[in-house]
Design a protein. Structure first.
Lengths: 330, 300, 289
């Protein structure tokens, strides 16, 4: 024990000095700063809602209820019906979901149940690469490469289903042609873009399935697929549904890729291989030349999109919360 | 004389027939799913690299004059767009990262059972799902319009991108704060540290690698966004390096406008800009990976 | 002072100073902690009920008892660490050297600078050995490198760790063995020169040799600090402590809750050789717990 180094005698450890010190200013200040940052989130969201509502108000009041729900969009005659765009947004997003969900779930299950640890990392890297490609690059590729490539394929499918009742309405020609730039192509591009997020969210959910449940299934002699159906699926059902809804929200809000490949044609039709329009696409394409009520309508459309995506997100959370409550009570 | 044993015989081979086939098909489909996601990735990378490489040159990357769409490749370049992207994204990160970290700190460290913190956390998650074009409209309405034509600037674009990045950074930082073991906080408290000290000197340093990589990914996402910039930065034909005054352009904006134009030169420029943009995004992604790997080694 | 009639038989007098004096004529130091009818609640759940005892200066006091009897809970109220648990509440009075710990206006931060804590699992910061020890002084405003160097060396010497790590002060603390990490945590606690050191089962995660080193350490520093240690290991209590408090569990069958209660408190020798309460006797002879 070194004697050269002694405790400071001026501060005897056992002194009964007062224990009360006011909280230092810096500590309070930091807490305030953190609180302000939190409030900022609230402020931005409220700001978005208020500003778009205000700007869109002239459209809301002029067009009225019926005007908003009409499918006629004619800037020249001041008719701004939103339905064609809502239809296009929903349709292209649904197509995206139908394509993306099986693929995403397949990859998620592959990563969690099938491949050994070593192989998982490169697969995750590939998903990350897919996720980081900017949306505008997907749009560029879509319009310059995918569309020309798909057009003849659409044409041959269309001639193939010519005359068959339901299929013709979906995949057949409309007004005598099919187009590379179409609802379906937009759906494909959106599917590519939302696959990474659905995959990673599903992976997280599937990873929380308790190992004992899986082992129980195997112990009964189940094959891997049977184990997945019996042990993994019931546990992760709601989480996966929620992941899908998050992907749906992403697809609906995706602007640029959709704007480039959807075809920019205002029409509501069941034919999938024809050009259409979506809310983000019309805002992106026509905002520059708009003014007055036209612009108000576009901003109002933005508000509609905002509300739709928030609802989808809320439903996603409600699904998880409800099943959480059920499983806890069980 | 051997006693006849009447033991039943077990068949220890794999369950045959339909069960086995179902399993094989399912596994095969999963691998197929992987191939399906591999295909577009390879295709797009191939096209971008093949077509973009033709356009890339030092002049392409640095020349400050944006040529009109009709011009063939070789005139002007994307310098203005490169500078625009770098400046706008960097400034957005400067605003969003500290605020995002502070927001996550509020929710996790000061939240506890506080109902307000729960509301904020909920709102941050909701904000992640807000479409990027709506962010652009928001900034256009509250920032650009009040200033008339002078409102268009790189800074307005930064504001829009920062709104986009904020919830992403809050979310990823929150997850990182959750991973910091509680006993580290307790050790710091037990030495008489105030809460702010605990957060600043123990919690944040312990979570720093995750926070950095999460932030880099958010930056990569922002760099590639077009929609928030559509109505906020305007368009220019020559370099404007002043972030705060005057319209400017960015790589995604250039790709977008060139993609819509039918001229060959425009197409080639779009591919070149796309290659540049993808390169930036990939560099950020790999840097994030390296940061995570290195720091995990240190703290182990 | 006699205990008022209670449902259970407690033999602990209200003021244990009287009990201490009546034991033998070894010199007893001044009281450091004086707890009076302390009950601790988590929300509406009463975790510990009606604890009264006195901790004396420069002694090692051990809290022993079966799992769930509240000994760690009581320990953590002594330096207001329970404040960090949402919904925790303390009723009754705890005096620290004549000042009430839970009075309004008392800053938990100031309390913790004087009453340090060593935890069950070693929890060094993911920083260098030097930075771990220097952390406490630094947050107390000490900046000068020379002063910090002295404090680091002194603390490590007191923890009997200096010779082992003096050549690698800049290496990560996480690279040390479990026993070394725990001694590092003790050195870190010593670096701010507390008055009291609370230890929550400090050796339970360590092997016997490391445990022995820490027990030697406790004997060496006893003359300058007051130590309260929670331990599962009765042999350890007999080896290191001057006084022992035995806690047990009150089970309420109606609501199926368990509440911790202080059963007996006295000199270690008396507790283990001549326990007054039958429950104490059952526990220390190994029949229960």
């Amino acid at each position: 024990m070194s004697t050269a180094i002694k405790a400071d005698p001026a501060k005897p450890a056992g002194s009964a000095r007062s224990l009360s010190t006011r909280r230092p200013l810096g500590d309070r200040g930091f807490q305030l700063l953190a609180l302000l940052a939190g409030i900022l989130v609230l402020a931005i969201l409220i700001g978005i809602a208020v500003s778009t509502a205000q700007q869109g108000s002239s459209w809301f009041s002029t067009a009225g209820f019926s005007g908003i729900f009409s499918t006629v969009w004619n800037p020249g005659s001041n008719q701004f019906g939103a339905m064609a765009f809502v239809y296009g947004t929903v349709l292209s997003s649904l197509i995206a979901i139908i394509i993306a969900v099986p693929v995403s779930l397949g990859v998620a299950l592959l990563l969690t149940e099938v491949v050994p640890r070593r192989l998982a990392a490169p697969i995750v890297t590939i998903i990350d690469l897919l996720a980081v490609v900017p949306s505008v690059v997907w749009g560029l590729w879509g319009i310059l490469v995918l569309e020309p490539w798909l057009q003849p394929i659409y044409a041959s499918i269309a001639s193939g289903v010519n005359g068959i009742p339901v299929l013709d309405n979906l995949f057949g020609e409309s007004n005598g042609s099919v187009s590379g730039a179409s609802f379906f192509t937009a759906g494909i591009i959106l599917a590519i873009m939302i696959t990474p997020i659905i995959t990673s969210l599903s992976r997280e959910v599937i990873a929380t399935v308790p190992a004992i449940d899986k082992e129980g299934a195997y112990a009964l002699g189940a094959t891997r697929w049977e184990m997945i159906r019996g042990a993994v699926w019931p546990h992760s059902k709601s989480g996966v549904v929620s992941a899908i809804l998050v992907g749906l929200g992403r697809a609906m809000g995706e602007t640029i890729a959709a704007a480039l490949v959807i075809g920019s044609s205002v029409q509501v039709t069941s034919h999938l291989f024809v050009p259409g329009y979506s809310i983000p696409a019309v805002i992106a394409n026509q905002f520059g030349e708009s003014s007055g009520e036209f612009r108000s309508a576009l901003i109002g459309l933005g508000l509609v999109l905002f509300v739709i995506t928030i609802i989808v997100n809320l439903v996603a959370r409600a699904v998880v919360a409800r099943s959480d409550r059920r499983s806890r009570g069980a | 004389m051997a006693a006849v044993s009447n033991q039943p015989t077990f068949d220890l081979r794999e369950p045959g027939g339909w069960r086995r086939n179902k399993n094989l098909i399912a596994t095969g489909l999963m691998y197929l799913a992987f191939v399906v996601i591999l295909i577009p990735l390879c295709f797009v990378l191939y096209e971008v690299i093949a077509k973009g490489a033709k356009a890339i040159s030092w002049q392409f990357l640095s020349n400050g004059t944006i040529p009109p769409n009709v011009m063939p490749l070789g005139q002007g370049g994307m310098g203005a767009a490169v500078v625009g992207t770098l400046e706008i994204t960097a400034f957005a990160a400067l605003m969003a990262i500290p605020l995002g970290i502070l927001g996550a700190v509020y929710i996790y460290e000061y939240g506890g059972r506080n109902w307000f913190a729960k509301v904020i956390s909920f709102m941050a998650d909701v904000m992640v799902g807000v479409p990027s074009i709506v962010m652009g409209l928001f900034i256009f309405t509250v920032w650009v319009i009040p200033q008339g034509l002078n409102g268009l600037s790189g800074f307005a674009g930064s504001l829009a991108l920062a709104c986009l990045m904020l919830p992403l950074i809050i979310r990823s930082t929150f997850e990182m704060l959750r991973l910091v073991p509680n006993h580290l906080r307790e050790a710091s408290y037990a030495l008489g540290a105030t809460k702010s000290r605990v957060v600043l000197t123990v919690v944040l340093p312990a979570a720093v690698s995750g926070i950095v990589s999460g932030s880099l990914l958010a930056v990569a996402r922002a760099a590639g966004e077009t929609a928030p910039l559509l109505f906020t930065i305007g368009a220019v034909e020559s370099l404007n390096s002043n972030l705060f005054s005057g319209a400017t352009t960015s790589l995604p904006s250039q790709i977008f406008s060139n993609a819509l134009s039918p001229y060959v030169g425009a197409e080639e420029r779009a591919w070149g800009a796309a290659l540049t943009l993808i390169a930036i995004a990939f560099i950020l992604l790999f840097t994030a990976r390296i940061v995570t790997a290195r720091f995990t080694r240190y703290t182990r | 002072m006699e205990q008022p009639e209670q449902k259970i038989q407690l033999t602990v007098p209200k003021s244990t100073e009287a009990a201490a004096k009546q034991d033998d004529d070894r010199f007893t130091g001044s009281p450091v902690f004086d707890a009076n009818s302390v009950s601790i609640y988590y929300g509406t759940f009463r975790a510990v009920t009606d604890v009264s005892l006195t901790i004396f200066e420069n002694e090692i006091t051990a809290f022993i008892g079966p799992s769930g009897c509240g000994k760690t809970t009581v320990l953590r109220t002594l330096n207001r660490m329970n404040d960090l648990v949402v919904g925790a509440r303390v009723e009754g009075d705890i005096q620290y050297r004549g000042q009430s710990l839970y009075e309004r206006g008392v800053s938990p931060t100031a309390v913790r600078r004087r009453i340090g804590m060593v935890f069950q699992k070693p929890n060094p910061f993911p920083k260098s050995i030097y930075d771990n020890i220097a952390y406490g002084p630094r947050i107390n405003g000490i900046r000068g490198k020379k002063t910090l160097d002295e404090i680091v060396e002194r603390s490590l010497r007191q923890a009997a760790l200096w010779d082992e790590v003096k050549d690698r002060l800049n290496k990560s603390a996480l690279g040390m063995s479990g026993g070394q990490q725990q001694r590092l945590c003790i050195a870190r606690t010593l670096s701010v020169e507390p008055d009291v050191i609370l230890m929550d089962e400090p050796c339970s995660a360590l092997d016997p040799i490391a445990t022995g080193k820490i027990e030697d350490l406790m004997h060496e520093i006893k003359s300058r600090y007051t130590i309260v240690i929670v331990t599962h290991n009765m042999q350890q209590a007999t080896r290191v402590s001057d006084r022992t408090a035995f806690y047990s569990v009150l089970r309420d069958d109606k609501s199926d809750t368990r509440t911790g209660v202080l059963v007996e408190y006295g000199r270690t020798q008396q507790i283990f050789e001549d326990p007054h309460d039958t429950r104490t006797q059952a526990y220390v002879t190994g029949r229960v717990g």
